[in-house]
Design a protein around this ligand. Structure first.
Ligand SMILES: Nc1ncnc2c1ncn2[C@@H]1O[C@H](COP(=O)(O)OP(=O)(O)OP(=O)(O)O)[C@@H](O)[C@H]1O
Ligand SMILES: [Mg+2]
Length: 240
């Protein structure tokens, strides 16, 4: 379970503060596929960073698998991420001095995985980069870099995967393949997948859609909850 409670994030701005996230709360059960949508600047990337423990909120808490992230040191958060979390950054964040296959190997080597090289190779094949293994990021197109970042995020079979615009730079066919990979991680490994997307087609494939506007949750809808709202009960009747 991933629980955000009353998350707020502010940045200093001129004389005052800029509130980028305001009172964001929700619970995401293990194994969910959740899409976060909203206009540019609404706080989606900021929210993912807080949920993954990459950044700390101004107030409020995140609990990941029962662990309160605010109670951990930066090193402890990094260790927890290494064990449980995968993150596909909007800006990829590949290591420029390492080749594609070496980038994917990094999280595996950090855990001392013996088969790091084979696993990295097979993940790159799955994202369609069999013939780009030894390219450096600067020698890859944007969509290819994105796919390396996706392979790297999958390397640890993370219990929870955060994906910031994972298909943002991909053509329709490649994008569909990546969506299938995300869905298979979700279904076959029971991993939670939280993705940010502007692609409503992708968002509609999620079990749940959370919409942000100006740093606030303005919609939180689970699939199958399109039914009309429950009738309002007469005063005095307690809903169960
Ligand atoms: N380090 C920072 N300092 C000051 N303001 C910031 C910082 N990081 C983000 N912001 C502001 O916070 C707001 C939300 O940014 P965020 O990156 O979360 O938006 P987003 O919803 O991911 O947008 P996009 O769809 O364009 O990626 C933006 O207005 C941005 O300018
Ligand atoms: Mg963003």
């Amino acid at each position: 379970m991933l629980v955000a409670s009353n998350l707020q994030k502010e940045y200093p701005s001129g004389t005052g503060t800029l509130a980028v996230l305001k009172h964001v709360s929700f619970s995401i059960p293990q194994g969910s596929l959740v899409a976060i949508v909203g206009p540019s600047g609404s706080g989606k990337t900021t929210l993912l960073g807080l949920l993954a423990g990459l950044d700390v909120p101004s107030s409020g808490t995140v609990s990941l698998d029962g662990v309160m992230l605010n109670k951990l040191t930066e090193d402890e958060r990094a260790r927890l991420r290494g064990e449980k979390v995968g993150f596909i950054f909007q800006t990829f964040q590949l290591i420029p001095t390492l080749t594609a296959v070496e980038n994917v190997q990094v999280p595996l080597e950090l855990r001392g995985d013996d088969g790091a090289s084979e696993r990295a190779t097979s993940l790159l094949e799955r994202v369609g980069l069999a013939d780009r293994m030894d390219h450096f990021p600067s020698q890859l197109s944007g969509g290819e870099q994105q796919r390396v970042a996706i392979a790297r995020a999958f390397a640890n079979s993370p219990k929870i995967l955060f994906a910031d615009e994972p298909t943002g730079n991909l053509d329709g066919v490649t994008g569909a393949r990546i969506v299938e990979l995300l869905e298979s991680l979700n279904r076959s490994s029971g991993s939670t997948v939280v993705l940010v997307t502007h692609d409503m087609g992708l968002a509609e494939r999620a079990d749940r859609l959370i919409r942000l506007r100006d740093g606030e949750v303005v919609e939180d809808r689970s699939k199958g909850s399109d039914a009309p709202p429950l009738p309002v009960l007469p005063a005095g009747v307690i809903a169960r």
